[in-house]
Design a protein around this ligand. Structure first.
Ligand SMILES: Cc1ncc(COP(=O)(O)O)c(C=O)c1O
Length: 295
């Protein structure tokens, strides 16, 4: 399939090098009203195609970050543009409390592909990780005498809400907005003995990224993941995989757990699933997919 019907030819790399020296002259809207929550370059971007972005001075940039890790299909693929336009003409936002066809077929497809029972659709990876935490705690209330603690790994990243900051340990977090929420124990990654030692009667789940992202692309070994799965089964606690970065075929198979022949009870997906488009009909930013264990 031709994803990109290019509206114009791609820029020559020599021209780009010359361009980089020339200052941008176009007047852009003021930035003063936008809270500077992250550091951004001065340029204002107006369009994208495939791997390229153009700023308001019509200078082209090869985009190595692609929606900060969210895009899997590049900028404005024509198949996506048509699908969004078609859906917008039919129905934009019936509300989350009503069924819509997109929501039902996406949930069914995800469950069939991942061998899960049910999917919960949310807007971001952060919300999806929070939902997984809530789901595990609900399961703990029902099946483990109210156990609620979740063991997570050092240098993990599970999002930027207050709960997921507490679950995360990434060094890119310069402010942790203390006090943190209780209920998380951090153990070294890829260390099964440390994980085992941290489990007690209050533990309800272990939550891990199969490949740590913000920590610097650090894979869990297959032996470690298999050991963690066995530990969870033996001790009767839940295994949650945060596949927000790694899922949706980004590491070969649909999920990393499939390539390691390991099965989590809750899988959290995001990024590549919805490309982080805040599109209300599908709410596709992310979702935890829940298997039979959790009822
Ligand atoms: C492994 C992992 N989980 C969760 C998140 C949070 O996802 P989002 O940025 O969609 O809120 C991230 C974000 O980078 C992530 O890398």
């Amino acid at each position: 399939m031709n994803l990109f019907k290019m509206r114009r030819g791609l820029p020559d790399l020599d021209d780009l090098a010359l361009d980089a020296i020339a200052p941008s002259t176009t007047v852009n809207p003021s930035r003063e009203y936008l809270m500077p929550s992250v550091e951004r370059p001065q340029q204002v971007f107006v369009r994208g195609q495939g791997s390229w972005l153009w700023d308001s001075a019509d200078r082209a940039y090869l985009d190595f970050t692609q929606g900060r890790g969210a895009n899997s299909l590049g900028h404005s693929p024509s198949a996506l543009v048509s699908a969004i336009a078609e859906q917008a003409q039919a129905l934009i936002n019936p509300g989350f409390a009503l069924h819509n066809r997109g929501m039902l077929s996406l949930a069914a497809r995800l469950c069939q592909l991942t061998g899960s029972d049910q999917a919960y659709l949310l807007n971001t990876g952060t919300e999806a990780c929070e939902a997984a935490i809530k789901l595990a705690r609900k399961w703990g209330q029902r099946h483990r005498a109210g156990a609620s603690r979740i063991i997570v790994a050092s240098n993990a990243c599970h999002g930027r809400s207050l709960a997921t900051i507490s679950a995360s340990d990434s060094s890119t977090l310069t402010n942790r907005f203390e006090p943190q929420l209780p209920g998380f124990s951090h153990v070294p990654f890829n260390d099964l003995a440390a994980l085992h030692a941290a489990v007690d009667a209050r533990t309800v789940a272990i939550m891990l990224e199969p490949i740590q992202s913000e920590a610097g692309v650090i894979p869990a070994t297959a032996n470690y993941l298999k050991g963690v799965e066995r530990l969870c089964r033996e001790l009767g606690i839940l295994l949650i995989f945060d596949e927000v970065q790694t899922g949706l075929g980004r590491c070969g198979q649909l999920l990393v757990e499939q390539s390691c022949d390991v099965r989590a009870d809750i899988v959290v997906l995001g990024k590549g699933l919805g490309g982080e488009y805040r599109w209300p009909l599908y709410s596709p930013g992310a979702l935890p997919v829940v298997s039979t264990w959790v009822s």
